[in-house]
Design a protein around this ligand. Structure first.
Ligand code: FE2
Length: 283
Protein backbone atom coordinates (compact mmCIF):
# COMPACT_ATOMS: atom_id res chain seq x y z
CA UNK A 1 0.00 0.00 0.00
CA UNK A 2 1.19 3.48 -0.86
CA UNK A 3 2.37 5.06 2.38
CA UNK A 4 0.91 8.55 2.64
CA UNK A 5 2.17 11.04 5.20
CA UNK A 6 -0.72 11.44 7.61
CA UNK A 7 0.56 11.99 11.16
CA UNK A 8 -0.77 9.99 14.10
CA UNK A 9 -4.50 9.75 14.76
CA UNK A 10 -5.64 12.65 16.91
CA UNK A 11 -8.55 12.61 19.37
CA UNK A 12 -10.31 15.95 19.73
CA UNK A 13 -12.43 16.44 22.85
CA UNK A 14 -15.10 19.09 22.41
CA UNK A 15 -17.77 20.34 24.81
CA UNK A 16 -20.80 21.90 23.12
CA UNK A 17 -23.47 23.89 24.98
CA UNK A 18 -26.99 23.12 23.73
CA UNK A 19 -30.00 25.29 24.55
CA UNK A 20 -33.11 23.46 25.78
CA UNK A 21 -31.22 20.17 26.23
CA UNK A 22 -33.33 18.03 28.59
CA UNK A 23 -31.61 17.44 31.98
CA UNK A 24 -31.42 13.68 31.36
CA UNK A 25 -29.34 14.33 28.22
CA UNK A 26 -26.83 16.63 29.95
CA UNK A 27 -23.40 15.08 29.33
CA UNK A 28 -24.54 13.04 26.32
CA UNK A 29 -21.42 11.72 24.59
CA UNK A 30 -21.10 11.52 20.81
CA UNK A 31 -18.27 10.28 18.65
CA UNK A 32 -17.92 11.59 15.10
CA UNK A 33 -15.92 9.78 12.42
CA UNK A 34 -15.72 11.06 8.85
CA UNK A 35 -14.18 10.69 5.39
CA UNK A 36 -12.92 7.11 5.57
CA UNK A 37 -12.08 6.82 1.85
CA UNK A 38 -11.37 3.19 2.70
CA UNK A 39 -10.16 2.06 -0.70
CA UNK A 40 -6.81 0.41 0.02
CA UNK A 41 -4.85 3.60 -0.57
CA UNK A 42 -6.16 6.48 1.47
CA UNK A 43 -6.74 4.84 4.87
CA UNK A 44 -4.79 1.94 6.34
CA UNK A 45 -6.50 -0.94 8.13
CA UNK A 46 -4.34 -0.20 11.16
CA UNK A 47 -5.57 3.38 11.44
CA UNK A 48 -9.19 2.32 10.86
CA UNK A 49 -8.87 -0.25 13.68
CA UNK A 50 -7.33 2.42 15.91
CA UNK A 51 -10.17 4.85 15.16
CA UNK A 52 -12.80 2.21 15.97
CA UNK A 53 -11.03 1.26 19.22
CA UNK A 54 -10.74 4.94 20.19
CA UNK A 55 -14.43 5.44 19.50
CA UNK A 56 -15.46 2.45 21.60
CA UNK A 57 -13.12 3.44 24.45
CA UNK A 58 -15.00 6.75 24.73
CA UNK A 59 -18.16 4.73 25.53
CA UNK A 60 -20.37 6.96 23.39
CA UNK A 61 -24.12 7.28 23.58
CA UNK A 62 -24.27 7.89 19.82
CA UNK A 63 -21.85 7.40 16.94
CA UNK A 64 -22.20 9.76 13.99
CA UNK A 65 -20.56 9.13 10.61
CA UNK A 66 -20.43 12.06 8.20
CA UNK A 67 -19.81 10.50 4.82
CA UNK A 68 -17.24 9.66 2.14
CA UNK A 69 -16.91 6.02 3.18
CA UNK A 70 -15.33 5.22 -0.20
CA UNK A 71 -13.70 7.21 -3.01
CA UNK A 72 -14.67 6.03 -6.50
CA UNK A 73 -16.09 2.58 -7.17
CA UNK A 74 -18.39 1.56 -4.27
CA UNK A 75 -16.95 -1.98 -4.04
CA UNK A 76 -14.67 -1.25 -1.02
CA UNK A 77 -17.75 -0.53 1.13
CA UNK A 78 -18.07 -4.32 1.42
CA UNK A 79 -14.71 -4.38 3.23
CA UNK A 80 -15.44 -1.35 5.35
CA UNK A 81 -19.00 -2.06 6.50
CA UNK A 82 -18.21 -5.35 8.36
CA UNK A 83 -15.42 -3.54 10.21
CA UNK A 84 -17.84 -0.78 11.25
CA UNK A 85 -19.99 -3.44 12.85
CA UNK A 86 -17.43 -3.35 15.71
CA UNK A 87 -18.57 0.17 16.68
CA UNK A 88 -20.43 0.09 19.99
CA UNK A 89 -22.64 2.70 21.61
CA UNK A 90 -25.69 2.91 23.84
CA UNK A 91 -28.12 4.34 21.30
CA UNK A 92 -26.84 3.53 17.81
CA UNK A 93 -24.78 4.59 14.83
CA UNK A 94 -26.18 7.09 12.32
CA UNK A 95 -24.67 8.22 9.03
CA UNK A 96 -25.02 10.52 6.07
CA UNK A 97 -23.46 9.94 2.67
CA UNK A 98 -20.84 12.18 1.08
CA UNK A 99 -20.24 13.20 -2.51
CA UNK A 100 -17.93 10.22 -3.11
CA UNK A 101 -20.60 7.80 -1.88
CA UNK A 102 -22.97 8.94 -4.64
CA UNK A 103 -20.45 9.39 -7.46
CA UNK A 104 -21.95 6.73 -9.76
CA UNK A 105 -25.60 5.98 -10.29
CA UNK A 106 -25.40 2.67 -8.40
CA UNK A 107 -23.16 4.00 -5.60
CA UNK A 108 -25.77 5.47 -3.29
CA UNK A 109 -27.87 2.31 -2.94
CA UNK A 110 -24.84 0.01 -2.69
CA UNK A 111 -23.14 2.08 0.04
CA UNK A 112 -26.36 2.67 2.00
CA UNK A 113 -27.42 -0.99 1.87
CA UNK A 114 -24.01 -2.23 3.02
CA UNK A 115 -24.11 0.16 5.98
CA UNK A 116 -27.72 -0.66 6.88
CA UNK A 117 -26.85 -4.37 6.81
CA UNK A 118 -24.38 -3.86 9.69
CA UNK A 119 -26.75 -1.72 11.74
CA UNK A 120 -25.64 1.75 10.63
CA UNK A 121 -28.74 3.83 9.98
CA UNK A 122 -28.25 6.00 6.89
CA UNK A 123 -30.25 9.24 6.89
CA UNK A 124 -31.21 11.07 3.68
CA UNK A 125 -33.30 14.15 4.55
CA UNK A 126 -34.60 12.31 7.60
CA UNK A 127 -34.95 12.89 11.33
CA UNK A 128 -34.69 10.32 14.13
CA UNK A 129 -34.98 10.50 17.92
CA UNK A 130 -32.69 7.72 19.23
CA UNK A 131 -32.26 9.31 22.69
CA UNK A 132 -35.87 10.44 23.03
CA UNK A 133 -38.04 13.31 21.86
CA UNK A 134 -35.79 15.87 23.58
CA UNK A 135 -33.08 15.76 20.89
CA UNK A 136 -33.56 15.41 17.14
CA UNK A 137 -30.85 13.89 14.94
CA UNK A 138 -31.18 15.03 11.33
CA UNK A 139 -29.24 13.61 8.40
CA UNK A 140 -29.29 15.48 5.09
CA UNK A 141 -28.78 14.33 1.52
CA UNK A 142 -25.37 15.36 0.20
CA UNK A 143 -25.16 18.99 -0.88
CA UNK A 144 -23.95 18.02 -4.36
CA UNK A 145 -26.82 15.60 -4.95
CA UNK A 146 -29.96 17.00 -6.52
CA UNK A 147 -31.89 16.01 -3.39
CA UNK A 148 -30.35 18.23 -0.70
CA UNK A 149 -33.52 19.45 0.99
CA UNK A 150 -33.31 20.68 4.57
CA UNK A 151 -36.66 22.54 4.61
CA UNK A 152 -39.18 19.73 5.03
CA UNK A 153 -37.22 17.84 7.65
CA UNK A 154 -36.17 20.86 9.74
CA UNK A 155 -39.59 22.51 9.61
CA UNK A 156 -41.14 19.31 10.99
CA UNK A 157 -39.18 19.52 14.26
CA UNK A 158 -40.83 21.44 17.15
CA UNK A 159 -39.15 24.88 17.48
CA UNK A 160 -38.17 24.25 21.10
CA UNK A 161 -36.49 20.90 20.39
CA UNK A 162 -32.70 21.06 19.99
CA UNK A 163 -31.34 19.33 16.92
CA UNK A 164 -28.06 17.95 15.59
CA UNK A 165 -27.67 18.05 11.82
CA UNK A 166 -25.35 15.70 9.93
CA UNK A 167 -24.35 17.24 6.60
CA UNK A 168 -21.23 16.02 4.83
CA UNK A 169 -20.25 19.31 3.21
CA UNK A 170 -19.72 22.21 5.65
CA UNK A 171 -20.62 24.77 2.96
CA UNK A 172 -24.24 23.90 3.78
CA UNK A 173 -23.86 25.89 7.04
CA UNK A 174 -24.46 29.00 4.96
CA UNK A 175 -27.91 27.78 3.86
CA UNK A 176 -28.71 26.21 7.21
CA UNK A 177 -28.51 29.61 8.89
CA UNK A 178 -32.20 29.95 7.90
CA UNK A 179 -33.03 27.33 10.52
CA UNK A 180 -32.22 26.55 14.10
CA UNK A 181 -29.22 24.19 14.01
CA UNK A 182 -27.83 23.67 17.50
CA UNK A 183 -24.92 21.66 16.15
CA UNK A 184 -24.05 20.75 12.56
CA UNK A 185 -21.48 17.99 12.10
CA UNK A 186 -19.56 17.92 8.82
CA UNK A 187 -16.42 16.51 7.20
CA UNK A 188 -15.45 16.64 3.50
CA UNK A 189 -12.47 19.00 3.88
CA UNK A 190 -9.86 16.69 5.48
CA UNK A 191 -9.02 19.90 7.34
CA UNK A 192 -7.37 21.16 4.17
CA UNK A 193 -4.64 18.53 4.83
CA UNK A 194 -1.73 20.99 4.72
CA UNK A 195 -1.69 23.50 7.54
CA UNK A 196 0.99 25.96 8.61
CA UNK A 197 0.67 27.85 11.90
CA UNK A 198 0.25 31.55 11.31
CA UNK A 199 -0.61 30.94 7.64
CA UNK A 200 -3.59 28.58 7.90
CA UNK A 201 -4.65 25.77 5.60
CA UNK A 202 -3.11 25.81 2.15
CA UNK A 203 -6.35 24.79 0.40
CA UNK A 204 -7.84 28.12 1.51
CA UNK A 205 -4.94 30.09 -0.01
CA UNK A 206 -4.75 27.99 -3.16
CA UNK A 207 -8.50 28.43 -3.74
CA UNK A 208 -8.34 32.19 -3.20
CA UNK A 209 -5.39 32.41 -5.63
CA UNK A 210 -7.28 30.35 -8.23
CA UNK A 211 -10.45 32.42 -7.94
CA UNK A 212 -8.45 35.58 -8.53
CA UNK A 213 -6.95 34.32 -11.79
CA UNK A 214 -8.21 35.55 -15.18
CA UNK A 215 -10.52 33.04 -16.88
CA UNK A 216 -8.13 31.83 -19.63
CA UNK A 217 -5.44 30.99 -17.05
CA UNK A 218 -7.88 28.88 -15.00
CA UNK A 219 -8.17 26.27 -17.71
CA UNK A 220 -4.51 25.34 -17.41
CA UNK A 221 -4.43 24.49 -13.75
CA UNK A 222 -6.93 21.69 -13.12
CA UNK A 223 -5.43 20.77 -9.74
CA UNK A 224 -6.07 24.24 -8.37
CA UNK A 225 -9.55 24.10 -9.86
CA UNK A 226 -10.23 20.85 -8.01
CA UNK A 227 -9.19 22.49 -4.76
CA UNK A 228 -11.32 25.58 -5.36
CA UNK A 229 -14.38 23.56 -6.36
CA UNK A 230 -14.22 21.23 -3.32
CA UNK A 231 -15.22 24.00 -0.96
CA UNK A 232 -16.40 27.58 -1.04
CA UNK A 233 -15.68 28.25 2.62
CA UNK A 234 -12.23 26.75 3.16
CA UNK A 235 -12.00 28.96 6.25
CA UNK A 236 -14.34 26.40 7.88
CA UNK A 237 -12.00 23.51 7.07
CA UNK A 238 -11.81 22.22 10.63
CA UNK A 239 -13.01 22.75 14.17
CA UNK A 240 -15.83 24.75 15.70
CA UNK A 241 -17.53 27.74 14.06
CA UNK A 242 -20.45 29.90 15.18
CA UNK A 243 -23.15 31.57 13.10
CA UNK A 244 -25.36 33.43 15.56
CA UNK A 245 -26.79 30.65 17.73
CA UNK A 246 -25.97 27.95 15.14
CA UNK A 247 -22.80 25.90 15.67
CA UNK A 248 -20.76 23.94 13.12
CA UNK A 249 -18.09 21.37 13.88
CA UNK A 250 -15.89 20.12 11.02
CA UNK A 251 -13.96 16.88 11.51
CA UNK A 252 -10.65 16.50 9.60
CA UNK A 253 -11.55 12.95 8.54
CA UNK A 254 -9.59 9.70 8.59
CA UNK A 255 -8.61 9.19 4.93
CA UNK A 256 -5.85 11.13 3.21
CA UNK A 257 -5.36 12.33 -0.35
CA UNK A 258 -2.07 13.09 -2.04
CA UNK A 259 0.18 14.91 -1.20
CA UNK A 260 -0.53 13.82 2.41
CA UNK A 261 -1.14 15.73 5.61
CA UNK A 262 1.05 18.31 7.32
CA UNK A 263 0.03 19.58 10.78
CA UNK A 264 -3.47 18.29 10.05
CA UNK A 265 -3.77 14.77 11.51
CA UNK A 266 -6.66 12.37 10.99
CA UNK A 267 -9.30 12.85 13.65
CA UNK A 268 -11.72 11.11 15.97
CA UNK A 269 -13.99 13.67 17.66
CA UNK A 270 -15.46 13.03 21.09
CA UNK A 271 -18.25 15.53 21.71
CA UNK A 272 -19.97 16.10 25.04
CA UNK A 273 -23.27 17.96 24.95
CA UNK A 274 -23.96 20.14 27.97
CA UNK A 275 -27.08 22.06 28.92
CA UNK A 276 -26.75 25.73 28.06
CA UNK A 277 -28.19 28.29 30.44
CA UNK A 278 -29.75 30.03 27.43
CA UNK A 279 -32.97 28.95 25.83
CA UNK A 280 -33.19 29.24 22.09
CA UNK A 281 -34.84 32.45 20.91
CA UNK A 282 -38.27 31.93 19.40
CA UNK A 283 -38.14 31.82 15.57
FE1 FE2 B 1 -16.46 14.84 0.38
Amino acid sequence: MLKLLTGALSVEQVQIPIADLPPQLDGLRLVQLSDFHFDGIRLSSAMLDQAIATCNAAQPDLILLTGDFITDNPQPIHNLAPRLQALTSRSGTFAVLGNHDIRYQHSRAEVAQALQAVGVEVLWNQVVYPVGSGLAIVGLADYWSSEFDPAAVLNAIPATTPRLVLSHNPDTAEILQRWRVDLQLSGHTHGGQVYFPGIGNMAHHVSAFYRGLPKPAKRWIPLLKACASTMKHWEWAQGLHHFGTNQLYVNRGLGTYLPGRINCPPEVTVITLVRSAATHPAP
